[in-house]
Ligand binder design. Structure first.
Ligand SMILES: [Zn+2]
Length: 68
């Protein structure tokens, strides 16, 4: 069973939770303060800030209306 890491939005406690499925319901509560305002964190991936590198500029031929 996969173990997901959660971060409490109230006290900031970081804990791991064993879930049965990847899409587990919001039945996760903070073991420290008992708040349900927890967010799923990614331990495997170093999440830090938002960065998106998807830019395609300067292409070749694509749907170019050619006279014919
Ligand atoms: Zn908490």
């Amino acid at each position: 069973m996969p173990i997901f890491e959660y971060v409490c939005g109230e006290c900031g406690e970081k804990f791991e939770k064993l879930v049965r499925a990847a899409s587990a319901p919001c039945e996760v509560v903070c073991p420290k303060c008992g708040s349900k305002k927890v967010e799923k964190a990614f331990s495997l991936f170093g999440v830090s800030g938002g960065r998106s590198g998807t830019a395609s500029v300067g292409g070749g031929v694509s749907c170019a209306p050619t006279g014919g």
